[in-house]
Design a protein around this ligand. Structure first.
Ligand code: KG4
Ligand code: ZN
Length: 356
């Protein structure tokens, strides 16, 4: 473990300024400075505001990541001790990505370190492999068995990815409209739960009746592995509007609608996961992305995995579900070992795909 590379990971793809230090798959520090309060009053992420905040926060966040890693290793970790500097170069908000990339390039040049450009979704994909500071986690990299089926559930993407090896990743299904996190956030807003409401909605859902409102399961009969969340969101919209013609929704109706929406969204995920398993016979399932921090989402996917007697792995560390630098540094390990380094021409790719 001592010989594993020490990697600084930086992510400024959206509204979190994040930096972390990992040693191999072991997370030594994971600092996230969230801008959510700033964007809340606009009801969404304002790219120019995000950029300015990343500029202000990036240096202190990186310094804190090094400081926290030093505490864990009980020896000072400085830039010179790093084996590489990794940074998200896409997908994400163009002008936000630029800040992290510029900082990573500057540090790589200044300290003569290899630079590694990482795909943000690859970070989410590998987040279940993150080990805690003591080196413990749900699965060790050596025990990964291919094919792996990865389910990515984030605010911008919803993807089923088949990995035949670490070098062979194929998107086998994805949303045709809204990403699942986006749908959670939009429905939360309709229910007056604020922004970003995905987490509030799923917390509320725990107290509600999932059968209270009848909502259609989107794409239930669709033969592909693609998903859709926009129709479900619209169905919620019309039911809410119908009630609001007469009166405000009661507090109980808000929790019941949250619960009903989440149940159907999970159902959609379960149907497609089952289909993907039957078609591709994976040896294990890995799940990542912000929406998988919902306990019900995890339980729903675990149920399917158990039906097929398949192991299923989720991120096991607290700050590794939603955007963070540790997952970027974790994913960078693979490129580090292959010596797939970037140079000073590394540029943002806001629409970067995980694979074809
Ligand atoms: O993966 P992520 O941090 O960012 C992207 O790469 O998009 O995902 C963010 C999404 C947001 O839509 C957020 O509302 C949702 O994940 N989210 C949740 C929960 N925590 C975050 N959705 C449901 N339940 C949660 N506990
Ligand atoms: Zn993300």
């Amino acid at each position: 473990m001592k010989n594993d590379p020490l990697i600084l990971g930086i992510d400024t793809s959206c509204d979190e300024t994040a930096a972390a230090v990992v040693q191999g798959m072991r997370v030594l520090s994971n600092v996230i400075s969230s801008q959510v309060e700033l964007h809340r009053k606009y009801g969404g992420v304002v790219p120019s505001v995000a950029r300015r905040e990343h500029e202000l926060r990036i240096d202190p966040v990186i310094r804190e990541a090094l400081r926290n890693a030093s505490k864990v290793l009980k020896t000072k970790v400085d830039f010179n001790d790093l084996d590489a500097i990794a940074v998200t170069y896409g997908p994400g908000l163009a002008i936000a990505l630029e800040i992290g990339i510029a900082k990573a390039k500057e540090l790589a040049l200044q300290h003569d370190k290899p630079l590694i450009g990482v795909n943000h979704m690859e970070g989410h994909l590998y987040s279940p492999l993150a080990l805690n500071s003591k080196g413990k986690g749900p699965i060790e990299m050596e025990n990964v068995e291919f094919p792996v089926l990865s389910f990515l559930l984030s605010g911008g993407h919803t993807e089923l990815v088949l990995l035949k090896s670490h070098d062979d990743k194929r998107i086998i299904g994805q949303t045709v409209d809204d990403a699942i996190g986006e749908a959670f956030d939009k429905v939360a807003r309709m229910l007056g739960l604020g922004y970003p409401g995905g987490k509030v909605l799923s917390d509320m859902a725990l107290k509600g009746d999932p059968e209270a409102f009848k909502l259609p399961v989107p794409m239930a009969k669709d033969p592909t592995l693609n998903m859709s969340f926009s129709g479900l969101k619209t169905a919620v919209y019309y039911q809410v509007k119908e009630i609001e013609k007469q009166r405000q929704l009661t507090a109980q109706e808000v929790v019941d609608m949250s619960s009903s929406f989440e149940r159907v969204a999970i159902n959609e995920l379960q149907i497609k996961l089952k289909k993907a398993i039957k078609l591709h016979n994976p040896k294990m399932i890995m799940v990542g992305g912000g929406v998988s921090s919902s306990a019900r989402v995890r339980a729903g996917l675990r149920k399917v995995a158990h039906e097929f007697s398949l192991p299923i792995y989720f991120p096991s560390l607290k700050n590794i579900y939603t955007d963070n630098g540790a997952m970027i540094a974790i994913a960078a390990n693979f490129k580090f070992h292959k010596k797939e380094f970037s140079d000073q021409t590394l540029d943002r790719q806001p629409n970067l795909d995980l694979a074809i």
